[in-house]
Design a protein around this ligand. Structure first.
Ligand code: NAP
Length: 374
C-alpha cells in the first residue's frame, strides 16, 4: 500500500448512486473531498450501487477509489462495468469480502428511496454488526418498529440521519439534544414539504392550482408522480421521524393524515394526473379568495402536541391566520417550531433540494471521522 501516513481516507459505499442526490454527492466528493483538494481525510468511494448493479473499486492504492467528474455519466458506467448480484442487499455486504475490508472500516450511505423490508433489514444488520450508516432515505426510520428505530439510532456516532428531514437544517439535531438532556418536547409544528410550500405560495399569488403543480414538476420540486407529494405521506414520515427522535413511541398508524387534495386523485399516471387536477382550479381559486378576505392563508402543516400525557399528531392542509409564524413562508421555504421545557426554537429555510442534501450527507461523514487530523 503506497499511502502517506498523514492521510487517512474515509471509505464509503454509496447505495442509490445514479440519480439526483447520489449523483450530486459523488460530484461533490470529487469537487471537495478528494486528495487533489489537499483533504487530509479524502472520501474514498469503494463501492456504488443502483437498483440493478454494483461497481467496486479494486485499486487499493488509490486515495479516491471510484471518482467521476461532473461531465461523466455515472449511470452508464455502472451499467457497463458493474456486476449483477442477485441477492441484493446481501450482495452489498458480501462485497466487503471482495474489497477485503471490515464492516467497521466503511460507511454505507443510503440515498435510495427504497421502502422495502430488505432495506430496513440491511440497515439493522449493518448497525448490529458494528458498522455505520448515513441515510437520506426516510423509509427505514419511518417504517421500522419503535424497537428497531431505537436500535438503529441509539449510537449517535454510527447512524446519522440528519439529511432525512430538513436536510442541512438542524431539526433532527435539536431534537436529539432535547432527548439526550431530558428536555421534554411539548410541540413540534411546521411545514416540511418544499413542493407543497411552493404550491401554497403560488395559490396566494392567484396562479391556477394545475399550472403551479405542472411548474413545480418541471422544476423537479415534485416526485415523478406529484400525487406522492400531495398525498401528504412524505410529510407524515418526516413528523414521525422527528417525533420518534424526540422520544415519542409512535408509528404511522398513530398519525392523522389528510391529503392536500382528495384521495380520488391517487390512481393516475402523472400525465393523466395533470389533466384531472384542472377540475380543482375553480374550487382552489374560490377558497383562496374567501380566505384572503379573512386574512388567512393556506399551508400544509404537520403538528405534534403533547399535553397532560396525551399525544396528538396530525398532518393536514390548514388556513392559518396572519399572526401565525407559518403565514410568511414563501416559495419552497420550510419551517419548524420546536417547543420544549427550556426553549422555543424556530428555523425557516428554503427547501434543501439536491445540492444541500448531498452537502448535508458530507457534513455527517465529517462527523464520523475518527482520529481527525487538523
Ligand atoms: N431530491 C431531494 O431534493 C431530496 C431531499 C432530501 C432527501 N431526499 C431523499 O434522498 C433519497 C434519494 O432521493 P433522489 O431524489 O436522489 O431519488 P432518485 O432520483 O429516485 O434516485 C434514487 C436512487 O436510488 C436507486 N435505488 C432505488 N432502489 C434501490 C435499491 N433497492 N438498491 C439500490 N439502489 C436503489 C436508484 O437506482 P435506479 O436508477 O437503478 O432506479 C437511484 O440511483 C430519497 O430517499 C429522498 O427522499 C431527496
Amino acid at each position: 500500500m503506497k499511502w502517506n501516513s498523514y492521510i487517512h481516507a474515509q471509505n464509503v459505499f454509496i447505495i442509490g448512486a445514479t440519480w439526483s442526490v447520489g449523483r450530486e454527492l459523488i460530484y461533490q466528493i470529487s469537487d471537495y473531498d478528494s486528495i487533489e483538494n489537499n483533504h487530509t481525510h479524502p472520501t474514498r468511494i469503494l463501492g456504488v450501487a443502483n437498483s440493478k448493479k454494483i461497481l467496486l473499486s479494486v485499486d487499493d492504492t488509490s486515495y479516491s477509489g471510484l471518482s467521476w467528474t461532473r461531465d461523466a455519466n455515472i449511470n452508464a458506467d455502472i451499467t457497463t462495468h458493474g456486476i449483477v448480484l442477485t441477492a441484493w442487499y446481501d450482495s452489498i455486504l458480501w462485497s466487503l469480502d471482495i474489497l477485503g475490508i471490515s464492516m467497521s472500516d466503511i460507511v454505507f450511505i443510503d440515498v435510495t428511496a427504497d421502502g422495502s423490508r430488505a432495506n430496513l433489514d440491511f440497515h439493522l444488520r449493518v448497525i448490529k454488526s458494528g458498522g455505520s450508516i448515513v441515510t437520506a432515505n426516510k423509509n427505514p426510520l419511518a417504517l421500522s418498529s419503535i424497537e428497531e428505530f431505537y436500535l438503529l439510532t441509539q449510537d449517535r456516532l454510527r447512524y446519522l440521519y440528519r439529511s432525512s428531514v430538513m436536510a442541512w437544517w438542524p431539526a433532527v439535531s435539536e431534537l436529539l439534544n432535547a432527548y439526550d438532556t431530558r428536555n421534554k418536547v411539548h410541540s413540534i409544528e411546521g411545514c416540511f414539504s418544499g413542493t407543497l410550500a411552493y404550491i401554497c405560495s403560488g395559490l396566494e399569488k392567484w396562479e391556477s392550482f394545475s399550472s403551479i403543480v405542472r411548474d413545480a414538476h418541471t422544476r423537479k420540486y415534485t416526485e415523478p408522480n406529484p400525487w406522492d407529494d400531495l398525498s401528504g405521506h412524505d410529510v407524515m414520515r418526516k413528523i414521525l421521524i422527528l417525533a420518534r427522535t424526540a422520544g415519542f413511541q409512535i408509528s404511522a398508524e398513530d398519525i392523522t393524515i389528510k391529503p392536500f387534495i382528495d384521495k380520488g386523485f391517487s390512481g393516475y399516471t402523472s400525465n393523466e394526473f395533470f389533466d384531472q387536477i384542472e377540475a380543482l382550479d375553480g374550487a382552489f381559486e374560490a377558497e383562496i379568495r374567501s380566505s384572503q378576505a379573512k386574512w388567512e392563508t393556506l399551508r400544509y402543516v404537520a403538528k405534534l402536541w403533547f399535553n397532560w400525557d396525551t399525544l396528538q399528531v396530525s398532518v393536514w392542509p390548514r388556513y392559518v391566520e396572519k399572526q401565525s409564524s407559518l403565514w410568511s413562508l414563501q416559495g419552497t421555504h420550510n419551517k419548524v417550531i420546536i417547543t420544549t421545557d427550556n426553549f422555543v426554537t424556530e428555523f425557516s429555510r428554503p427547501w434543501a433540494g439536491i445540492q444541500n442534501t448531498a452537502n448535508s450527507i458530507r457534513v455527517d461523514l465529517a462527523w464520523l471521522l475518527k482520529k481527525r487530523i487538523a
